[in-house]
Design a protein around this ligand. Structure first.
Ligand code: NAD
Length: 275
């Protein structure tokens, strides 16, 4: 037993950790985070998860009232927070988000770029307006947020960026009518891989999460309902994901436990991409 103990201590030194408890390494105490699209659905669940793990959280949403409701929920749990109304596709709004967070909490450590929209039309009928609107939020907005948060993180030599992509970046669920959405989410993955490798030697990790079909307001639009019923038959897990199925992943990617991970696309999709 003494020998084993000595081996463990040697290992401890080898690993370089003072705190070996894995749950400690998942804590986010003292960290400052923001979540875009935090007013409902997946973003709301991410805001709760990051806050419960110890971070202060800025909830950002196009609709300020929705962000304020989530802020109120976090306050009830004793989580420090702020609500910000902003459109992530506008550079001036994105700068205002970061300025407000830095003014209140000094910096940002965790950027959760989650806001996204989905529009559905057959590819031959997809208008330029629909294409641009989808890309403006899903890819341009995400790029603006990565860049603005990234500049702060690079300066301090530390940061965790977690982008929300989609299972649609990996496969094309059939039948579907989401040309612009799928293309924009594939772009999110490539952007994540590029930033992830470019910034890792300056302390900034960039990863993304690709949810499968999650039970949020996004998928309950009238035109998506029949498609969702068809897609359900192709999910090995046999059911939709709940937002709670994604929460541990965002905490992991925001924490020091995932420091060796960058540019990764973490699929949480009930096996759908393997079907
Ligand atoms: P949702 O529609 O329920 O919520 C999205 C939130 O983003 C809303 O509160 C909305 O007001 C906000 N938002 C929209 N445009 C914005 C903008 N320009 N600026 C700031 N906020 C904006 O969606 P969700 O299902 O929670 O999806 C969140 C993310 O997850 C999206 O990127 C989506 O593409 C992705 N995703 C969702 C699913 C799913 O099945 N629900 C699957 C894969 C990926």
């Amino acid at each position: 037993a003494v020998l084993l103990q000595k081996e463990l201590v040697k290992d401890d030194v080898f690993w370089g950790y003072n705190r070996c408890h894995i749950l400690d390494r998942l804590r986010l105490d003292g960290k400052v985070a923001y979540v875009t699209g935090g007013g409902q659905g997946i973003g709301r669940a991410f805001a709760h998860a990051l806050g419960e793990a110890g971070a202060k959280v800025a909830i950002v949403d196009l609709v300020l009232a929705k962000a304020e409701v989530v802020a109120e929920e976090l306050s009830l749990k004793g989580i420090k927070n702020m609500a910000i109304g902003a459109d992530v596709s506008k550079p001036e709004d994105v700068q205002r988000i970061l300025d407000a967070i830095v003014a209140r909490w000094g910096t940002v450590h965790i950027a959760c770029n989650n806001a996204g929209i989905n529009m559905n039309s057959a590819s031959e009928d997809t208008s330029l307006e629909e294409w641009d609107k989808t890309f403006n939020v899903n890819l341009r907005g995400l790029f603006l947020c990565c860049q603005a948060a990234g500049r702060i993180m690079l300066k301090q030599g530390y940061g965790k960026i977690i982008n929300t992509a989609s299972m649609a970046s990996l496969i094309v669920p059939h039948p579907q009518k989401q040309l612009a959405y799928n293309a924009s989410k594939a772009g999110v993955v490539k952007l994540t891989q590029t930033l992830g490798t470019e910034w890792i030697d300056r302390g900034v990790r960039v990863n993304c999460i690709s949810p499968g079909i999650v039970d949020t307001p996004l998928i309950h639009s009238e035109d998506l309902k029949p498609l969702v019923q068809r897609w359900l038959t192709n999910i090995p897990a046999g059911k939709l994901a709940q937002v709670t199925d994604l929460q541990a992943a965002v905490v992991y990617l925001a924490s020091e436990a995932s420091d060796y991970m960058t540019g990764h696309n973490l699929a949480i999709e009930g096996g759908q991409s393997l079907w």
